[in-house]
Design a protein around this ligand. Structure first.
Ligand SMILES: Nc1ncnc2c1ncn2[C@@H]1O[C@H](COP(=O)(O)OP(=O)(O)OP(=O)(O)O)[C@@H](O)[C@H]1O
Ligand SMILES: [Mg+2]
Length: 254
């Protein structure tokens, strides 16, 4: 199982949307996928149509030592399972604070699954902060997929997340961690700003940037309110087409 953290400390850039639609996209392509909602906001959980209040989160595994496998629930997709989130995950920030070795708790909890053939990919949706949850996910991950909004502050944020990844890799916490890709989101072809940001990222990250660009789309923003993926909400629309393309590009890189 390969572990992919979907991360960017900047809020509202499309991490959760990408987590849901990449995870479901991979399942649609016949891959066995585990979606781990590691954000107390639980947007990936509700976005896929699961009631966060009815299930336990990874908190139990990290703080109480319950095997992570026991927290997995089925979704309506045959090949896509979920470890839901709920608000209690926020407590991890406090309970693990200052405990240096605990930062490896998620990595350790994922180990049995990583070494099994139960899943091809684990997609981790992370919260928008540089806190313990995101750091734990980056330490557990094989690679990071960075969703990046096509706007000016997006570029500033990119410099920061790249630094964080470097620090984790070079600091020895996870020496093999790499940027698996940068996915441009909410692209608006009518604006020069979107084009400018895209060109800038291409210049500095020619290998990492996905050729596929996710357009700004009302249909994409609507789908979580129905608890469905973009493939279910608007099967042939530009949003679904772009996430399907991004999924294929992901697979071509793996
Ligand atoms: N391509 C898109 N076009 C239009 N709206 C989008 C697109 N992608 C995401 N959105 C909307 O933008 C908002 C932020 O997206 P999302 O929740 O995926 O970002 P996030 O990075 O996970 O946010 P957070 O940092 O709060 O976890 C949501 O309302 C979502 O529906
Ligand atoms: Mg999110």
């Amino acid at each position: 199982m390969q572990i992919i953290a979907i991360a960017n400390q900047k809020g509202g850039v499309g991490k959760t949307t990408t987590s849901i639609n990449l995870a479901a996209g991979l399942a649609n392509e016949g891959k066995k996928v585990l979606l781990l909602d590691f954000d107390p906001q639980a947007n990936a959980t509700s976005g896929i149509g699961v009631d966060a209040d009815e299930h336990d989160s990874a908190y139990l595994a990290l703080i109480e030592g319950k095997p992570l496998q026991e927290l997995i629930i089925k979704t309506r997709f045959a090949l896509l399972d979920l470890i839901p989130s709920e608000m209690d995950l926020a407590g991890i920030e406090i309970e693990l604070a200052g405990k240096e070795d605990q930062i490896h708790a998620l990595k350790n909890a994922l180990k049995p699954l990583k070494n099994s053939s139960d899943y091809d990919y684990c997609i981790i949706d992370t919260p928008p902060s540089l806190g313990i949850l995101m750091t734990s996910a980056l330490i557990a991950a094989d690679e990071v997929l960075i969703p990046l909004q096509c706007e000016w502050f997006g570029l500033e944020g990119l410099a920061k997340i790249v630094q964080v990844i470097q620090r984790i890799a070079e600091g020895g916490s996870n020496p093999n961690l790499v940027i698996g890709g940068i996915l441009m989101t909410m692209y608006d072809s009518r604006t020069n700003l979107s084009k400018g940001v895209l060109e800038e990222v291409k210049k500095f990250f020619p290998k990492e940037i996905y050729e596929t660009v996710i357009p700004r789309s009302i249909r994409i923003s609507e789908s979580p309110s129905y608890g469905v993926t973009i493939y279910e909400h608007d099967k042939n629309g530009a949003g679904a087409v772009s996430y399907r393309e991004a999924t294929k590009e992901f697979l071509s890189k793996h």
